[in-house]
Ligand binder design. Structure first.
Ligand code: SF4
Ligand code: SF4
Length: 363
């Protein structure tokens, strides 16, 4: 299969294009139907319209700003580390690599044998944190395997989505993912295997197809990976490497049937961006999604929302035995949803802010 993913098609890349530039003209000559909607969200600053005081913004926004240098430091540490003298990794040790990834902090790990079709064809210029000016550059890397891993995001924070707690937790998770991946990549390089970190600022491959192939979950109507234990409240990372490892297989815990009876993310999405209509991309089932209306909602509320992550019943936790049983008897899905609705209403939203965002008024 050829490379059909192109990072330039991501909303984050399109929104960055500056009107009138060569890149802008070339992109919209090729994709004229996207131009007018994209022009509406161009150059947006996500937090600008956050409904909080200027004092709040001046005290809280540096939480994100101050970690940016850390992302770069982690990526630079991996890139600049020399390759060690090649150590042969015996077959019986290879399963330890997953355990080591967990030792570094991952909660679930899978391995994918990479094909050309896993890669993006071109960079979309989204990795500005690394000071790379690579928009439009063809991606030529050819690592053989990906170690794909995840961490869950804290439920108390996520249940306050779309408020600021959600964004704090998302930021935390991105950094922790980068930390785990950098340790793993440094370890593999020290064993003499070329390795690179995929997280937050720098991607050679989209992560959702990788996580699907690594058996970390299935794709839900949100187009995120839904993990059987943590649901949607996960962040993904991957280390691409030339160390050959046994590959995992995709899993099927009955999500497609569950989504068909659930659609809670569709109902809860404030911008109506999620749809129940499947579409096949590169042989994998995704759902039709309006990325512009989602992004516009972020812009208008000043947060990155996350309501869809929070409203998934798997995010709130479903007993593993029940998950097993509902595969044999899909009527159990209706009971799970009925129970969820009785306990939480349409979603388990927590209105009371967490202490971390409290701002005492000194006047
Ligand atoms: S982040 Fe919010 S607006 Fe975007 S798809 Fe999810 S629920 Fe909808
Ligand atoms: S909220 Fe329901 S429909 Fe949406 S991803 Fe989760 S299980 Fe599927």
């Amino acid at each position: 299969m050829k490379r059909i993913y192109d990072e330039r098609n991501l909303i984050f890349s399109r929104a960055r294009l500056k009107k009138g530039t060569k890149a802008y003209i070339a992109y919209y000559n090729k994709h004229p139907r996207l131009k007018s909607a994209d022009d509406d969200i161009r150059g947006m600053n996500i937090n600008e319209k956050l409904r909080q005081s200027e004092t709040f913004k001046s005290l809280f926004f540096p939480i994100h700003g101050s970690t940016k240098t850390l992302f770069k430091a982690l990526h630079d540490a991996v890139d600049q580390a020399p390759l060690g003298k090649r150590v042969d990794v015996p077959a019986h040790f290879k399963k330890n690599i997953k355990a080591i990834t967990k030792h570094y902090g991952a909660k679930d790990v899978g391995v994918v044998k990479l094909h050309d079709s896993h890669y993006y064809s071109h960079f979309g210029g989204t990795n500005t944190l690394l000071n790379l000016d690579n928009y439009g550059q063809a991606i030529t890397s050819s690592y053989t395997h990906a170690i794909v891993y995840l961490i869950p995001m804290d439920l108390e924070h996520m249940n306050r989505a779309p408020n600021y707690e959600e964004q704090l937790e998302t930021e935390n998770a991105y950094l922790n993912i980068a930390y785990i991946g950098s340790r793993l990549a440094l370890y593999l390089k020290s064993l003499g295997y070329k390795s690179t970190l995929q997280s937050e600022t720098y991607y050679l491959t989209p992560l959702v197809p990788l996580a699907l192939d690594a058996g970390l979950g299935e794709i839900g109507m949100t187009n995120h990976i839904v993990h059987p234990k943590y649901g949607n409240r996960i962040r993904l990372g991957a280390v691409l490497t030339n160390l050959a490892l046994p590959a995992d297989q995709p899993i099927d815990f009955g999500l497609e049937a569950f989504c068909k009876r659930c659609a809670l993310c569709v109902m809860n999405c404030p911008s109506r961006s999620i749809t129940p209509y499947p579409r096949i991309v590169n042989g994998r089932r995704f759902y039709k999604f309006d990325d512009v209306s989602c992004f516009k909602l972020w812009k208008n509320t000043g947060t990155d929302c996350g309501t869809c992550i929070q409203s998934c019943p798997f995010t709130q936790g479903i007993d593993p035995e029940t998950i097993k049983n509902m595969q044999k008897d899909p009527r159990i899905i209706d009971d799970v949803i009925k129970d969820y609705l009785a306990k939480n209403g349409r979603r388990k939203y927590r209105k009371t802010p967490l202490d971390i965002v409290a701002l005492e008024d000194e006047t």
